[in-house]
Design a binder for this molecule. Structure first.
Ligand code: SF4
Length: 278
């Protein structure tokens, strides 16, 4: 039995299309099929830039100085400029680097004005891992919460950007399980700070979300059980057609999914029947 590596960040999107996510988790699938990885979306690139700036700012909390907002923005923009040297998938909200830079400035300003001074970091982007055996799979779960924060208790906080607020309960639930395994302390709160990526004319209105810890942990655990079940199924059958695919997913397109059009996922292999052939 080989060990399978599961990142906490895979869990929240797992049921959007298990087949797409399992490609990341089962290395033997990647070896067997020639997937062409689509370019990164500009949304995820902006997310990386914002995270870089936030981590830079939070690291100043150890010192008696406050970082300048211009330095935070520079840190974020540098990260994005570096990534877009490779091909990225621009979209209608962020069609070019100028639009992206403007969005980063707004998001970083909003974080700085509405959140930064309220935070009290214990650990910033600290990686945790833990092992768990489920069915016949040995799962090595890992995760890097953006922030372990000292509030009334210890809180786990993740920062997200995007066009629309999505739900990350299983990801935060996995962080919570990993935190308890490693630190032997239960976190008080699982929090999400969401900063929308908006067009030039709009303001960034952040959302500050608290998830139910127990529900989130159980949701993460249940998703891991499902991953291990599919691992057993795939190992027994050696046939990818048994792995559930969701062609209704918004990411079911060659633009976003490396499986599209391959023998690993045959959802695009449909025949159109002409009236004359019926
Ligand atoms: S092509 Fe569509 S259904 Fe198949 S794995 Fe990708 S997202 Fe899922």
């Amino acid at each position: 039995m080989s060990e399978i590596k599961v990142r906490s960040s895979y869990l929240s999107h797992f049921f959007d299309c298990p087949k797409r996510t399992l490609v990341k988790i089962f290395p033997e699938i990647k070896e067997e099929y020639n997937f062409i990885e689509p370019p990164r979306s500009i949304g995820s690139v902006i997310g990386s830039g914002v995270h870089k700036g936030i981590a830079y700012a939070l690291n100043y909390k150890d010192s008696q100085y406050e970082p300048k907002i211009s330095d935070i923005i520079e840190c974020s923009v540098n990260e994005v400029e570096e990534i877009v040297k490779n091909k990225v998938l621009w979209d209608a909200i962020t069609p070019n680097i100028n639009a992206g830079t403007g969005q980063i400035e707004k998001i970083d300003h909003t974080f700085y004005n509405q959140s930064y001074r309220k935070l009290n970091p214990l650990r910033i982007e600290h990686s945790y891992s833990g092992k768990i055996s489920l069915n016949s799979a040995k799962i090595n779960l890992s995760g890097t919460p953006d922030l372990i924060n000292k509030g009334k208790g210890v809180d786990i906080i993740d920062f997200k950007t995007g066009v629309a607020l999505a739900n990350y309960q299983s990801q935060l639930g996995a962080y919570s399980l990993l935190y308890q395994t490693n630190e032997k302390v239960k976190p008080e709160k699982l929090m999400l700070e969401f900063y929308p990526r908006v067009r030039k004319t709009k303001e960034v209105e952040p959302s500050f979300i608290e998830y139910d810890r127990i529900f989130s942990e159980k949701n993460a655990y249940g998703t891991l059980i499902e991953i291990s079940r599919l691992y057993d199924l795939f190992t027994a059958e050696k046939d990818p057609d048994y792995i559930p695919a969701n062609p209704q997913s918004k990411l079911c397109s060659p633009k976003y999914c490396p499986c599209f059009g391959t023998d690993f996922c045959k959802v695009s292999k449909i025949k159109r029947i002409n009236e004359s052939n019926r």
